[in-house]
Ligand binder design. Structure first.
Ligand SMILES: NC(=O)c1ccc[n+]([C@@H]2O[C@H](COP(=O)([O-])OP(=O)(O)OC[C@H]3O[C@@H](n4cnc5c(N)ncnc54)[C@H](OP(=O)(O)O)[C@@H]3O)[C@@H](O)[C@H]2O)c1
Length: 387
């Protein structure tokens, strides 16, 4: 008997990951179906997606924007819900099999939490959830028996490579990093970087926040923390290698010295597809390597002076507790200020370091405490912005 289609809730369907996920679902020949979509501000696009995929629910998370919007073109069979709390309710619906958590930043925390709490399989693009609350999120997933599959290309690569051995046989994880848009600029040139320049990534087409995070290397810092909680590997055994081609998405070194890498062209549809079909592999729409052409792969260690964000990532993975939340909140606020023209590019990482150093560390915070601290960290960054 043919398997029933897997029902997917795409949270953040109007973003870069969300749109790529819909391409994967459209190409699935009916094996994957959209059960729910969510968007915050791009409601025209949300309606167009609803017309194409006929979900059971659409959730518009910004109530004020949603109430003023003309919903007359929404398909008849699709129920409209407004507000983030509705999203937390929808992810628990029995019809939904997999929740793709692709809302950007701290805003993705509660819906990811609600999905795990409802024992769903979560395809996790929203790394900020693990950065903020890694121990609590992993504990919830364990207690509920929920499955968490990473969508971040590096963590997807590691999850795939880990299938080659036992947990106790892992020596180290190596996260690859393209080096960002500015890897060839001097410190002086970095001070002049504009918003438009920071939004151009050499290899990946992503949302604005993660594109800026890639340029500062804060993205890799967040990924160190994410990898630490997801794979339970201590910070000192998580390394970063600069790999400008973004073909090797990360590596696992085992105790015997064997290194297993996952390779493919830089195309997020592959890790999304891997997570949505997990544990199966299927033919799909992602680009493939061309073995008829010559190509070279380079790796080099990152210069810690050039990429000071990396040490912040290691520090937060080592200390745990409240540090990840504070780093994440400060970074989101600093990136927002940079994008608004209120902070220089080179001040993003120092602002985050300063807020991290000034916070009163707690080793065992509750989720509510982390949410308070996220607010505090954002306010602290306001001292850094131009008058
Ligand atoms: N893009 C990538 O290739 C990539 C790779 C690895 C990991 N990730 C991770 O995936 C997540 C999404 O990244 P992205 O690049 O797809 O971001 P993005 O393009 O900026 O999209 C963000 C999505 O979140 C929604 N959203 C924004 N603010 C919201 C709020 N306050 N409440 C609810 N929804 C909100 C947006 O809705 P509207 O657009 O309708 O406002 C949009 O659908 C991030 O955590 C990122 O780190 C992304």
């Amino acid at each position: 008997m043919a398997e029933a289609p897997r029902q997917i809730a795409v949270l953040g369907s109007t973003g870069s990951i969300g749109k790529n996920a819909l391409r994967v679902i459209a190409a699935s020949g009916g094996r994957l179906q959209v059960a729910a979509l969510s968007a915050h501000s791009q409601l025209d696009l949300l309606v167009a997606q609803a017309v194409e995929f006929s979900p059971r629910w659409v959730v518009a998370t910004d109530i004020q924007v949603a109430e003023k919007f003309d919903w007359s073109k929404l398909p008849k069979g699709t129920e409209l819900l407004m507000g983030s709390s509705e999203l937390n309710r929808v992810v628990g619906q029995p019809q939904i099999d997999v929740v793709l958590a692709a809302i950007v930043g701290r805003a993705g925390l509660e819906s990811t939490w609600a999905a795990l709490d409802s024992k769903k399989t979560v395809a996790l693009a929203n790394k900020e959830t693990l950065v903020m609350a890694g121990p609590l999120v992993m504990q919830l997933a364990r207690e509920r028996g929920a499955t968490l599959i990473p969508v971040d290309s590096e963590h997807s690569a590691i999850a795939q490579a880990l299938r080659a051995g036992q947990t106790a046989e892992v020596e180290r994880l190596v996260l690859t990093a393209s080096g960002g848009a500015f890897r060839h600029l001097s410190q002086n040139q970095l001070k002049q970087v504009t918003v438009a320049e920071a939004l151009e990534h050499p290899n990946w087409d992503m949302g604005p926040k993660i594109t800026v995070d890639s340029a500062t290397m804060m993205n890799k810092a967040l990924e160190i923390i994410e990898a630490h909680w997801l794979f339970d590997v201590p910070s000192e055994r998580i390394e970063v290698a600069i790999h400008p081609q973004s073909v090797v998405h990360s590596l696992v070194e085992f105790v015997d010295g064997s290194v297993i890498a996952q390779m493919s062209p830089p195309d997020m549809r592959l890790p999304i597809q891997y997570a949505l079909y997990y544990p199966d592999r299927v033919g799909g729409v992602a680009e493939r390597l061309d073995w008829g052409a010559s190509f070279s792969l380079e790796f080099s260690p990152p210069d810690p002076d050039r990429y000071p964000a990396l040490e912040l990532g290691h520090q937060c993975a080592r200390s745990g507790g409240t540090s990840g939340t504070v780093l994440n909140g400060a970074n989101e606020a600093a990136v927002g200020s940079f994008l608004a023209g209120e902070l220089h590019f080179t001040e993003i990482v120092p602002a985050c370091r300063s807020v991290l150093q000034s916070h009163n560390f707690e080793s065992d915070p509750t989720l509510d405490r982390l949410i308070d601290l996220d607010r505090w960290a954002r306010q602290e960054v306001s001292h850094w912005v131009f008058a």
